[in-house]
Design a protein around this ligand. Structure first.
Ligand SMILES: *Cc1c(COP(=O)(O)O)cnc(C)c1O
Ligand SMILES: [Zn+2]
Length: 482
């Protein structure tokens, strides 16, 4: 059998391709938007045709074998090296344990309640606890490659963030160290305390601005246009490449047969759904899969520009950013997604190959997001609010009849539930402001219950305290004596 630890020797030529004017630029320049027209890029492998010469079965075997590799450069998202950034060298690859996240079947009672088989892919089980690590592993590996080629001695990486991008960027920058340094820009008060603790703990320079994410995004874009910094938002096409690994892993997990699979993905800046479409399209082009899975983007009605675009009839469709309202799906609370041009371009290809029903966007209410997240987690899942959004999207798609009970679904739990514990707390304490429009179902509220009091602890000796506390527990739980 082939040595699965051997790093591939082949290298490909890559170029940025502008989605606006079609201009092309070499991959060894740090570019985010087209200098000619300002539109975003996708990266293209000029030697992709050569990949097609390898039989599909051989690709499948290669990726399956690498799943057991001990070479860290091939253990994470770069298991799919040839499909992502096949110009990097082994020494450039940064591996922090990202990717290969588990697919967890819905608990039996949850599945029965929802009415069709489905699973969560727990992307919150990445090192910084969100899927953003997939893209950062690729973007930082590319930066290392670039620094090496250019002998750069200091590079400032910057990003605007709804929380998870900065957590991930700061983590990878801290690990790589010199010449990289991380700066993150956050909308003040609009990331969760857990998310804020991450770049702080990683030692990044953390800057806050009044406003929402869209405001911060404009500032870092302006900065990247006028100063020497490396932008790590998903305008950075290298992140999109890394995030394609979600599609590759999904296809591999389902044994390269995703024909009857429906994926639900929350849409914020739209980098993730872009990457997932791009990944499945590449697999299809190589024949590694023979039909595309169906893809459902999900947006809250408080931040739904992509939903609105696709809800309009194809003739009257017009792209219009929206002004966001507060959303519990805070990581996706974006009114002007930078990757929208990528979504439009890839969705057109996706639909032309997979049919009208292959790509759709559903809308959900804030109330549904919270109810669905709590429902999932009460069944042993670890969904964040965006993972709740996906389950709400599945429930709405069932109600709309756009998914059948004979199909199966895979929901993207994009971050770990712990990052969004504050929204659970607001629900349990009925603390949501009116702007969210969330009224808790009081039967779901779960609070710690106090047993005994401080005075008991202070006045009783250890043995008496233990007995008193055990009696209090037995009474609370109505235990019968043995
Ligand atoms: C970033 C993020 C999203 C939104 O992904 P986009 O690529 O911006 O569409 C959703 N959920 C979580 C947890 C995120 O961190
Ligand atoms: Zn252009």
């Amino acid at each position: 059998m082939a040595n699965t630890d051997a790093f591939p020797a082949m290298r490909c030529r890559m170029e940025y391709v502008c989605l606006g004017c079609g201009a092309r630029y070499p991959a060894d320049s740090l570019l985010y938007t087209c200098p000619l027209c300002g539109d975003v890029f996708l990266l293209e492998n000029l030697d992709f045709a050569a990949l097609k010469e390898r039989p599909a079965a051989s690709w499948r075997a290669l990726f399956d074998n690498r799943a057991g590799s001990r070479a860290t450069a091939l253990r994470g998202v770069f298991r799919y090296y040839e499909l992502m950034a096949p110009l990097l060298d082994e020494e450039d690859i940064v591996y922090l344990g990202e990717g290969a996240t588990p697919v967890i079947e819905a608990a039996p009672a949850l599945r029965a309640g929802v009415g069709l088989p489905f699973a969560y892919k727990n992307d919150g089980q990445n090192p910084s606890a969100s899927f953003k690590d997939r893209g950062m592993a690729c973007a930082f590996s590319y930066l290392k490659w670039l620094c090496r080629r250019n002998n750069w001695d200091e590079v400032l990486t910057v990003c605007a963030s709804t929380g998870d991008t900065s957590a991930s960027a700061a983590l990878y920058a801290a690990y790589v160290g010199a010449p990289l340094k991380s700066v993150v820009l956050l909308p003040g008060g609009k990331v969760t305390p857990q998310q804020l603790s991450q770049p702080l703990g990683s030692g990044a320079t953390v800057l806050e601005l009044p406003g929402v994410f869209d405001d911060c995004m404009k500032v870092v874009e302006h900065l990247a246009e006028n100063y020497r910094v490396a932008l790590l938002n998903s305008k950075n096409s290298w992140r999109i490449l890394g995030q394609e690994s979600y599609a590759y892993e999904t296809a591999q997990w389902y044994n390269w047969d995703v024909a009857d699979l429906c994926l639900f993905v929350p849409v914020g800046n739209a980098g993730n759904i872009t990457a997932i479409m791009s990944g499945f399209l590449k697999l299809r082009e190589l024949g590694v899969i023979t039909s595309l899975p169906r893809l459902f983007g999900v947006q809250s009605e408080h931040a739904d520009p992509v939903y609105r675009y696709y809800a309009a009839s194809p003739e009257t469709r017009q792209w219009r950013p929206v002004r966001v309202r507060p959303s519990v799906a805070q990581a996706a609370m974006i009114g002007n997604p930078v990757s929208f041009p990528r979504v439009r371009a890839l969705a057109a290809r996706y639909i032309s190959l997979g049919g009208e029903k292959a790509f759709q966007v559903v809308q959900v209410k804030e109330q549904q997001i919270m109810d669905a997240m709590l429902l999932a987690n009460r069944h042993g899942h670890i969904a964040c609010t965006q993972g709740g959004e996906c389950l709400a999207g599945l429930q709405n798609a069932l109600a709309l009849g756009i998914i059948g009970r004979n199909e199966r679904a895979l929901l993207d739990a994009t971050a770990h539930s712990l990052k969004f514990a504050g929204f659970q707390e607001l629900y349990f304490t009925d603390g949501f402001g009116p702007e969210y429009g969330v009224t808790p179902d009081k039967t779901l509220a779960n609070r710690p219950e106090a047993l005994l009091c401080e005075e008991d602890r202070a006045t009783l000796d250890d043995e008496a305290y233990t007995r008193r506390a055990a009696r209090a527990m037995a009474a609370r739980l109505r235990l019968s004596a043995k």
